[in-house]
Design a protein around this ligand. Structure first.
Ligand SMILES: *[C@@H]1O[C@H](CO)[C@@H](O)[C@H](O)[C@H]1NC(C)=O
Ligand SMILES: *[C@@H]1O[C@H](CO)[C@@H](O)[C@H](O)[C@H]1NC(C)=O
Ligand SMILES: *[C@@H]1O[C@H](CO)[C@@H](O)[C@H](O)[C@H]1NC(C)=O
Ligand SMILES: *[C@@H]1O[C@H](CO)[C@@H](O)[C@H](O)[C@H]1NC(C)=O
Ligand SMILES: *[C@@H]1O[C@H](CO)[C@@H](O)[C@H](O)[C@H]1NC(C)=O
Ligand SMILES: *[C@@H]1O[C@H](CO)[C@@H](O)[C@H](O)[C@H]1NC(C)=O
Ligand SMILES: *[C@@H]1O[C@H](CO)[C@@H](O)[C@H](O)[C@H]1NC(C)=O
Ligand SMILES: *[C@@H]1O[C@H](CO)[C@@H](O)[C@H](O)[C@H]1NC(C)=O
Length: 425
């Protein structure tokens, strides 16, 4: 016990307000954690902002920061004391214009929660933020940060949520992020990040969402991502990833959404992916994927949306698609698919959008399609014409035209809008 505060103890014995004073005096002996120094750090930051927003008008020297808009305090245990400390800064959508580097993070060591998303913070993401060892949530998306993600961010060992999306951050994803093993959500989409996904990301075993879409990331995606067994959402679309889709992704058995579209992936659809039986969304469109659609795809019975268009997929449409009873959207267009449209697709009662155009699909629209109750748009132009072609004159005819798959056929051009069941009866 610091001797300098001993006289105060006696003075304050019966005076409750004095205890606060005592706490502050004591706190000053423990690495500057006094509420006063936290207040000073926040006020200094405010003074560096270009025209501080109205919400910050409560940030005044003569008031407790615990009473300021956007600030929350908690009483923390500190030795025998429970001083109030600043734990939350929450000012999203506030029009704050300035630099985060001006905030003295070493004076705010108790921060657990920072939400400053959708402001106008510019400049670098300061390495000094790494001193916030209690920080659990860091939402900084929708700002104008530039420069690199500091390597030191890997020191934020309590972090569970990190969002740096929608910024102008550049450079590589630091491997040190792999140290943040408490992370459940890692969102760094729509920035200017380049280079590979570090294989250390595979150490984030608590990750549920990994969203790195719309960047300029390259190389193969690391096999270690297969270790992220809690992952339910993996969004890597809109990058320049190449090489095969690692078959290790088939170990992500909790995955509900796998979005790898708009990249340069090549090679076949790994059969292991058909083990991901919780998948709702499977988007592999706009890649160089070749080979057939594996018939095992029928195991994905929760699948709601399947987007495989704009690839080099060959082979025919597997009749096993009939097992995808939840399927709502099926995009197979712009591939090299051959054969005919299996009648079984007519059993997919939930189908609303269906696109087959620009393939080498031969044959007709199977009669079974008349059963599709909820179909909204039916896009099949470019089916090859076969003998005795008959041009359908309207949606009604379209559904009645063919009796048997692959026997009669016709060219269907454009988009048919089948508004309601009335038009087909
Ligand atoms: C907090 O601020 C309000 C007005 O902004 C004031 O009425 C109240 O007394 C303040 N509370 C404390 C504990 O400072
Ligand atoms: C961002 O905040 C502004 C107000 O400052 C608001 O009008 C806008 O809708 C917000 N944008 C998003 C994407 O939340
Ligand atoms: C930041 O805060 C710490 C702790 O209160 C203090 O020691 C340091 O001098 C401050 N740094 C600046 C640049 O004000
Ligand atoms: C304050 O931070 C905690 C996490 O440390 C969080 O659960 C809580 O929602 C935050 N409160 C506000 C009002 O932002
Ligand atoms: C953090 O990650 C880097 C790179 O992966 C590693 O070299 C370093 O030892 C890690 N630090 C800690 C504290 O785990
Ligand atoms: C990604 O980029 C595309 C095209 O630039 C855009 O339409 C889409 O909204 C973006 N999505 C996300 C999640 O950033
Ligand atoms: C993670 O994945 C890699 C490659 O698949 C593997 O070699 C490694 O043993 C895995 N690590 C753990 C901790 O499971
Ligand atoms: C699918 O999962 C089963 C059970 O875990 C496993 O035995 C099989 O090898 C997996 N198949 C593929 C293609 O990865």
């Amino acid at each position: 016990m610091p001797s300098s505060s001993t006289p105060l103890v006696y003075l304050c014995l019966l005076l409750v307000p004095c205890l606060l004073l005592l706490q502050e005096a004591r706190a000053a002996h423990h690495g500057g954690i006094s509420l006063r120094s936290q207040q000073m750090a926040l006020l200094h930051w405010k003074s560096t902002l270009a025209s501080p927003p109205l919400q910050m008008s409560s940030w005044q020297e003569n008031t407790s920061p615990c009473n300021w808009t956007g600030i929350m305090c908690t009483a923390v245990r500190h030795g025998h004391l429970r001083p109030w400390v600043v734990t939350n800064i929450s000012m999203p959508d506030a029009g704050i214009r300035g630099q985060l580097g001006e905030l003295n993070f070493s004076a705010l060591p108790f921060l657990t929660y920072i939400d400053l998303h959708n402001n106008s913070l510019h400049g670098a993401l300061p390495a000094s933020i790494s001193s916030l060892s209690a920080l659990s949530v860091l939402y900084l998306h929708y700002n104008q940060f530039t420069g690199k993600i500091p390597y030191e961010i890997g020191d934020l060992q309590s972090l569970t949520q990190l969002s740096l999306a929608f910024s102008r951050l550049r450079g590589h994803i630091p491997a040190s992020l792999g140290n943040l093993t408490m992370l459940t959500n890692l969102l760094i989409h729509q920035t200017m990040l380049s280079g590979p996904i570090p294989e250390e990301i595979g150490r984030l075993v608590n990750l549920q969402t990994l969203q790195l879409s719309n960047n300029t990331l390259t190389n193969m995606i690391p096999k270690t991502l297969g270790n992220l067994s809690q992952l339910d959402t993996l969004r890597l679309f809109g990058n320049q990833f190449s090489g095969p889709i690692p078959q290790e992704l088939g170990r992500l058995v909790n995955l509900q959404s796998l979005q790898l579209g708009i990249n340069d992936f090549s090679g076949p659809i790994p059969i292991s992916i058909t083990n991901l039986t919780k998948l709702n969304h499977l988007f592999l469109f706009d890649n160089q994927i070749s080979g057939p659609i594996p018939p095992e795809i029928g195991k994905l019975t929760m699948l709601n949306q399947l987007g495989l268009y704009l690839n080099q997929i060959t082979g025919s449409i597997p009749p096993e698609l009939r097992k995808l009873a939840m399927l709502n959207l099926l995009y197979l267009h712009e591939n090299q698919i051959t054969g005919c449209i299996p009648q079984e697709i007519g059993n997919l009662m939930k189908l609303e959008i269906l696109a087959f155009y620009q393939n080498q699909i031969l044959g007709s629209i199977p009669k079974t399609f008349g059963k599709l109750q909820s179909i909204r748009v039916f896009v099949t132009y470019g089916l090859k014409i076969d003998r005795n072609g008959e041009q359908p004159s309207g949606p009604g005819n379209l559904l009645k035209a063919a009796d048997t798959s692959c026997l009669t056929s016709f060219i269907i051009d454009g988009v048919f809008e089948l508004g309601s069941r009335d038009s087909t009866s």
